[in-house]
Design a protein around this ligand. Structure first.
Ligand code: HSE
Length: 430
């Protein structure tokens, strides 16, 4: 075994520069843990002249990441370009074809092509490592793939997008609306100029699809994730959640059910004093429910140069030490196709908020629609009194069928006294 492991780093943005900086800053302990010296032998980025605040003097520069990936002179290809297809995918495929280990932070690539790339890595006898792709600095891939290897996992639930958690936290503290908080977050650099991947739940869904695969030993199935973002969350619902001792969080949930595996990303209410309920700001957290270990929760920063570089370097150290595991914990050929849960069979407890005309008989009409669909209520209350004017009414349900509740809400939404589309939020107590 050579006493040096050589890296080719494609992409020198915040994360790429963070990796080079971390390797330099913590070179001593990293080399001791890796058992070898690590060197950045090659790099590829658009702008060679840009000052990134890191020393790249010893690295060969490349313009084409695909050519660099397949070239000689390195042992590990580190893909930090991003994007599900395009040069990132082509470069990772080229690296694997050339028998190079791959370390990537690219959740979209793994969520959309993970099973095929894992098969290619297995065939080549190399690693495809993506710790940095899920929840940044939290070592959740390692925890699930290795730390919980003795367990059957039943459910994985996570706050997987720091931008959304930041916005929801600010909305709670300030009482401001989503649009206002988003604009400020963009001005402060906490949210992207194009925020859709984050606020519409796609980024969280990429990460959830990867966690689901790790949890249940199934081929990653991003297309099977039901996705709703946070645009429709209102200050009024955040305030009602608080009154009910809940917090609204954008959760990714992967669960084994009687009809198959359920995967969803949506705003949910979680108990304020639960491990996830207490996670605020840009932080991520993941709870894994397992049969032997029971519930374990992992929390930390989900993005940024340091946390993401930490995860990339951890994968590099594993490979340098010869710890090369199947990407999803079991050989790619043994990953079962994911059997999707029957949407009609989904169950849960829910919060429903209506805006109704304050008039006798309104509650009776609402109750009749719920009775006819056999929806069991836990709590009903109206706030304020405004004869013949609009007031909010809140209902919480016991656990029951989601489809039946949605049918009742269609009928309720059609009542002349119900003034807005009902707001429905899952209560995630389990
Ligand atoms: N944009 C993501 C977030 C981090 O806000 O959490 C990278 O996946």
């Amino acid at each position: 075994m050579s006493d040096e492991i050589r890296l080719a780093v494609a992409g020198l943005g915040t994360v790429g520069a963070g990796v080079v900086d971390l390797l330099d800053r913590n070179g001593g302990p990293i080399a001791a843990r890796a058992g070898r010296r690590l060197s950045v032998a090659a790099v590829c980025a658009r702008d060679r002249a840009k000052d990134r605040g890191v020393d790249l003097a010893g690295a060969d520069w490349h313009d084409d990441p695909v050519a660099m990936a397949g070239a000689g002179g390195h042992d590990i290809f580190v893909e930090l370009i991003g994007g599900a297809g395009g040069p990132a995918k082509a470069a990772v495929e080229a690296a694997l074809a050339a028998g190079k280990h791959v370390v990537t932070a690219n959740k979209a690539l793994i969520a959309e092509h993970g099973a095929a790339l894992a098969a290619q890595a297995d065939a080549a006898g190399v690693a495809l490592a993506f710790e940095a792709g899920v929840a940044g600095g939290i070592p959740i891939v390692k925890a699930m793939r290795e730390g919980l290897a003795g367990n059957r996992i039943g459910r994985v639930v996570g706050i997987l997008n720091g931008t959304c958690n930041y916005i929801l936290t600010d909305m709670r503290h300030s009482g401001r609306r989503f649009e206002e908080v988003l604009t400020e977050a963009q001005d402060l650099g906490y949210a992207e100029a194009d925020p859709r991947f984050d606020v519409d739940g796609i980024d969280a869904a990429h990460k959830l699809a990867i966690l689901t695969s790790l949890a249940f030993g199934v081929a990653v199935d991003f297309a099977g994730v039901s996705i709703a973002g946070i645009r429709k969350v209102t200050p009024v619902d955040i305030a009602f959640a608080e009154e009910l001792d809940y917090r609204i969080k954008l959760l990714g949930i992967g669960a084994l059910t009687d009809s198959g595996i359920e995967q969803c990303v949506e705003p949910c209410m979680v108990r304020r004093d639960s491990p996830l309920g207490a996670v605020d700001g840009v932080y991520n957290a993941v709870t894994v429910q397992a049969d032997a270990a029971e519930d374990t929760t992992y929390e930390g920063r989900g993005a940024g140069a340091g946390p993401t570089a930490s995860a990339v370097v951890a994968d590099i150290v594993d490979i340098a030490r010869g710890r090369v595991l199947p990407a999803f914990g079991i050989p790619a050929g043994a990953l079962e196709p994911l059997q999707r849960a029957d949407v009609e069979a989904r169950r849960g407890a829910f919060y429903v908020r209506l805006i109704v005309r304050d008039r006798p008989g309104v509650m009776a009409d609402i109750a009749a629609a719920l009775r006819d669909e056999r929806v069991s209520l836990e709590n009903v209350f109206q706030r304020g009194r405004a004869p013949d004017d609009a007031v909010p009414v809140v209902l919480t349900t016991h656990e029951g069928g989601e489809a039946a509740l949605k049918r009742a809400l269609v009928r309720i939404g059609g009542l002349e006294t119900v003034l807005e589309e009902p707001c429905l939020i899952r209560i995630e107590d389990s």
